[in-house]
Design a protein around this ligand. Sequence first.
Ligand code: HEM
Ligand SMILES: [Ca+2]
Ligand SMILES: [Ca+2]
Length: 340
Amino acid sequence: REAPLPLPVAQAAVAAGAAAVGGRRAPVRHELSLYFYAKTCPGVDQIVGNVTAPRFRDDPAAGPAVLRLFYHDCFVEGCDASILIAPTTGGGAAARPRVERDVDDNRNLPQEAFDTVEMAKAAVEKSCPGVVTCADVLALAARDFVHLAGGPYYAVKKGRKDSKVSLAGKVRGSLPRANSTVDELLRVFASKGLGVGDLVALSGAHTVGFAHCAHFVGRLYDFGGTRQADPVMDARLVKALRMSCPSTGGSARVVVPFDVSTPFQFDHAYYANLQARLGLLASDQALFLDARTRPLVQDLAADKNRFFQAFAASMDRMGSVHVKKGRKGEVRRVCSQHLS
Ligand code: HEM
Ligand SMILES: [Ca+2]
Ligand SMILES: [Ca+2]
């Protein structure tokens, strides 16, 4: 298969997301419900949809960015909108408490993702003031963007409370890195109650969106101290990526697509790319190299519908991680600020 190279180089874009392949059930957590707002805000899905659809049209980069935001929320202290709390300003940098967004792993989450959630929340507040949480709005918006990009439409359960805190210290160890091994990926996912099927399916979110050079440049010039490119990466891809990402002196703003064949379409091309050694991050390509995940990659590469089903099921599980209920949480009015 000829992959269309060289790659387009776009200016900074962002996103988040992933899916899961069948198999193991996550442990039962707090129960969310499709009908949580049936009496208090029955139109909530529609209201959010009225914001996400025009956003996708006007600024397609907001889609992957919001999907990634949802993932970064759920993996740190559960799906509680803790990621949305804005860094405080003034009072001197040393004095202010550091929030999740202050941590390196979250710094390049684009502002447009936060703005999109804030717009959807504002629309919901107009119809149902003080009722729907930011955590639920984020889950709905992520679903919408998957669907708008051509992915599956799945029902989103609701009833998450927003967090009362956002602490920088909670991020470390909760998010895998671009060079994580499959062992590490599995360990982090397991700590959220997610299994190997979830890891493979949710990683399929990298069928859309872009990454900054810093996350994969180590594979291009000096892999493991060899002064060579990662031998696993397709040589044409190495060449194309080197054009976008010089070994020194490149722009920190350059981004390249995860999926060289259909970067804007939510399809199952990600998995065929892994088979063709066109995975961008080491953590992506590793899913095809490891015997535990390779059969799942092959399975999803072969069947788009199976990927869509697995992704939807895993998004449901990821969206239920450590959900807060009752007085353990709040319903924020503005997603970037706690109530008090
Ligand atoms: C399995 C472990 C994962 C690792 C190591 C990982 C790592 C990364 C990295 C390094 C980037 C590039 C960020 C940048 O340079 O701006 C990225 C982007 C992205 N991630 Fe992941 N990710 C993982 C799982 C997930 C999951 C579970 C989802 C969602 C379900 C997801 C959705 C995305 C999306 C959509 C983007 C593109 C963002 C954009 O274009 O704005 N990722 N990821
Ligand atoms: Ca969170
Ligand atoms: Ca794609």
